[in-house]
Ligand binder design. Structure first.
Ligand code: F0G
Length: 443
């Protein structure tokens, strides 16, 4: 592969993708401004023309873009999303791409977390290292690129906080006005601060996330605002790159399991699509199993899994992991497909289990927000049940940064007995330090 393949002029492909409705089969052009099917309201999916290179040649192309040559190439090559552009949005022209860049997140191993989870080979894919500190940036770069391509006058989303922060950041970069609907009183401080600071118009709705999403869909329909929730098919295309990038980091050797927290199910759907395509294109020869983990108080998908998804469930959601406090997930059908295709599993974990996992992840210096810790809590549960073997290779995706929810992080540590709750005088502080030092060296 020559460096010439990396020049900006080669980025846009003449190959247009097709957008197809999963329910009624209607097809739309890849410059559609619709986030859902105009005929039946069903979920849309993007289908790309298969790249000419397959298997080892396609792996080599993606690997070359990761190397030093990318500095002589394009900004797109340095993005952990656009590096895989043949599988994201091949027809996007360089000037249309809205990228910070994003992705390139670390895959780390921490002994303490592996031993807590009960599996020896556990890795953490830390999506909190994205520009707005959550995995949402990967979908948002694709959605705002599409918004630019169609000349959207404004963009909108409903959110439990991370999507709104990411939307605000990418809309600011694209110069497009952004509107976000968030549930009153249930969005963490870090996410609210980001959304406002990046300049989005924020509406706090009396209601929960599910009410916000319903209103966002209605408002975008009535006012012609481009909807960029994860039901938007271009979001899914960007989010697929979490899986592509982690497979690349593993030298294209599939792990046995990939675990992730699940709320609105956009990410579960994206992971399933990524694995299906990676397998079909010969990037991997074995499909890992997906483990989608829900909070017990917001677990309609886990309930559905227990009867083989015979019926679609809805619940009134309640959990302290506010990012996944969702009772009526929008990407249900696509996520069912993902679990079936990967022979995956869905499990619910209690808030206590989520926070126990979070304490271990935080204490080893990695850290994550509460919802993210569900992916480790879920692995521990399945390892205890013997569904995940001790020696199986597992990647848990940490979806958001610890600082997204500083209140939760502080509460977890104070409850764990570290730090002094009240401010101390100089002498008290010295005494406190001495006592803590003696206690920790006695351990
Ligand atoms: N983890 C975090 C940190 C999240 O913010 C979300 C979703 C999820 C996991 C679940 O992903 O919805 O694709 O199943 N947050 C959305 C938001 C709903 O508005 O920020 P999902």
């Amino acid at each position: 592969m020559s460096v010439q393949t990396l020049t900006p002029a080669s980025i846009a492909s003449e190959q247009r993708s097709t957008v197809r409705c999963a329910s009624c089969g209607a097809t739309l052009d890849d410059r559609t401004a619709r986030a859902t099917c105009p005929n039946c309201g069903g979920l849309l999916a993007v289908e790309h023309v298969a790249p000419k290179a397959k298997g080892a040649a396609l792996r080599a192309l993606f690997d070359e873009r990761l190397g030093a040559a990318s500095y002589r190439g394009s900004a797109a090559d340095r993005s952990g999303v656009w590096r895989f552009r043949e599988l994201v949005l091949p027809a996007a022209r360089p000037e249309e791409i809205v990228s910070h860049p994003e992705g390139n997140t670390p895959l780390v191993a921490r002994e303490a977390v592996a031993s807590f989870a009960g599996v020896s080979a556990l890795r953490l894919k830390h999506e909190g290292h994205n520009p707005s500190a959550s995995f949402k940036d990967r979908g948002m770069t694709a959605a705002l690129t599409q918004a630019t391509r169609i000349g959207a006058r404004a963009v909108a989303c409903a959110s439990t906080g991370n999507t709104s922060a990411s939307l605000a950041a990418y809309a600011a970069q694209a110069g497009i006005p952004a509107f976000v609907l968030v549930p009153e009183g249930r969005v963490s401080t870090g996410k609210l601060a980001q959304t406002l600071a990046y300049g989005a118009h924020m509406i706090r709705l009396r209601g929960d996330f599910d009410d916000c999403l319903e209103l966002a869909r209605e408002a975008s329909e009535q006012l012609g605002i481009y909807l960029v929730n994860s039901l938007n098919p271009f979001r899914v295309e960007g989010q697929k790159t979490i899986v592509l990038e982690l497979l690349q980091q593993l030298g294209w050797e599939s792990p046995d399991w990939i675990a992730l927290p699940a709320g609105n199910l956009g990410n579960t759907a994206a992971f399933g699509k990524a694995l299906r395509e990676a397998h079909a294109l010969g990037l991997i020869d074995r499909v890992p199993r997906l483990l989608a983990v829900q909070a017990a108080g917001a677990a309609p998908f886990a309930a559905g899994f227990s009867d083989d998804f015979a019926t679609r469930r809805r619940v009134r959601a309640e959990t302290a992991a506010t990012a996944i406090r969702i009772g009526d997930p929008a990407s249900w059908d696509r996520a069912v497909e993902a679990i079936r295709f990967t022979q995956g599993h869905v499990v619910a974990v209690s808030d206590a289990e989520i926070f126990a996992a979070k304490r271990v992840i935080d204490a080893c210096g990695v850290g994550c927000e509460p919802a993210s810790a569900a992916s480790v809590a879920g692995v521990r549960t399945l390892a205890e049940r013997g569904i995940i073997g001790r020696d199986e290779r597992v990647v848990s995706v940490l979806t958001g940064h610890l600082l997204k929810d500083p209140d939760a992080a502080l509460a977890a540590r104070v409850a764990g007995g570290l730090g002094s709750e009240e401010p101390l005088t100089r002498d008290e502080a010295l005494g406190h330090l001495g006592r803590v030092l003696t206690a920790s060296s006695a351990r």
